[in-house]
Design a binder for this molecule. Structure first.
Ligand code: NAP
Length: 301
């Protein structure tokens, strides 16, 4: 029986593990894929207080090592469900069932897809959702980035130093991401903004050859590219917890300011929580708050 099981080893989950271990609680972190979560794809973090210029990978690795050093158990298994039996919660994975007194849901979110016909088949053959992972394969080649948020802007900036040409395609005429990054992109001679446009077709034989882009007036343009980086946001993965928590229209878990869900002893932290600002700093804050609340709860049962 663990004191706290944390679902997800991203920034929020690992921060929660650090706080819970520092309160001397037994902690199991369950992670489906690899540690680090979304931040692992960010080449250069500039907005985390007192740590200007650190790569997402380095940040995540330090966090992971810190949690391990403090004694958190981190196991790579996919959580399939949680059953609440009074104060005991049963967490079932693809391999085991674990018992715990409190749970922190820190499952983050996954890449939103364009939902184009052959998008899935072309992943690894020209289509990617991670510029820092795959950008290297497009040195001196032509690439497009789709999206208007911070991820798309940062991907375009990163790729502009590698690729010969970067098209940044966005469905509106203004970016959602930070203006300081937009200014940096404007200075890049090899970056072209394609506004008011959506990608409507991926043309490929064995691998991606070009993309069809349709503007808001219906005019179609074909752009030859070797690679397409899709950065159109993320969607939460909370469906399996829907019986225990309330979800908003977009599928995020509704929680109080201190990360309580509607089920006693179950907390939520990070990008899968319904909130306004999803940043590294709010993910770490959520992790700390959720763990502290879980520790308080443990003292009452
Ligand atoms: P995001 O901020 O939600 O932006 C998604 C972008 O994709 C928006 O510009 C949106 O267009 C567009 N979009 C959504 N669905 C689309 C579709 N079906 N077709 C075409 N375009 C579509 O997502 P994100 O950039 O991944 O960022 C997620 C969160 O992480 C944000 O809060 C962001 O600030 C944060 N983040 C922070 C950093 C950092 O601080 N260094 C780095 C990366 C991400 P509209 O603008 O028209 O809605």
């Amino acid at each position: 029986m663990y004191d706290i099981i944390i679902v997800g080893a991203g920034t929020a989950g690992l921060t929660a593990a650090i706080y819970a271990r520092r309160a001397s609680k037994t902690v199991l972190v369950l992670e489906e894929a690899s540690y680090g979560g979304q931040i692992i794809n960010t080449p250069d973090i500039e907005n985390y207080p007192a740590a200007a210029h650190i790569s997402g990978f380095e940040f995540a690795t330090k966090l992971y090592e810190q949690a391990k050093e403090l004694g958190a158990e981190i196991v790579f298994e996919k959580v399939n469900g949680i059953r609440v039996n009074g104060t005991v919660k049963e967490v079932t994975t693809d391999k085991n069932t674990y018992e715990t007194k409190a749970v922190i849901l820190a499952t983050g979110s996954q890449n939103r897809k364009l939902e184009l016909e052959n998008e899935k088949e072309l992943v690894g053959k020209g289509v990617s959702y991670c510029a820092t992972c795959d950008g290297f394969f497009y040195r001196k080649k032509i690439v497009a980035v789709n999206g208007g948020g911070n991820t798309a802007l940062e991907d375009a900036l990163y790729l502009s130093d590698l690729a010969e040409k970067v098209y940044l395609i966005h469905r509106r005429d203004a970016f959602r991401g930070e203006s300081s990054t937009v200014e940096k992109l404007k200075e890049k001679e090899n970056v072209e903004f394609v506004f008011n446009s959506r990608i409507t077709k991926l043309n490929a034989s064995e691998k991606l050859e070009s993309i069809e882009v349709t503007d808001n007036e219906g005019k179609i343009r074909t752009i030859e590219v070797n690679g397409l980086f899709i950065a159109i946001g993320r969607i939460p993965q909370n469906e399996i917890f829907a019986e225990l928590v309330d979800l908003d229209d977009a599928g995020y878990i509704i929680a109080s300011e201190n990360c309580h869900t509607r089920t006693e002893g179950i907390y939520v932290a990070g990008d899968n929580r319904s909130k306004e600002l999803r940043q590294l700093v709010t993910a770490t804050a959520d992790g700390a708050v959720a763990a502290t609340e879980a520790v308080k709860y443990l003292s009452t049962i």
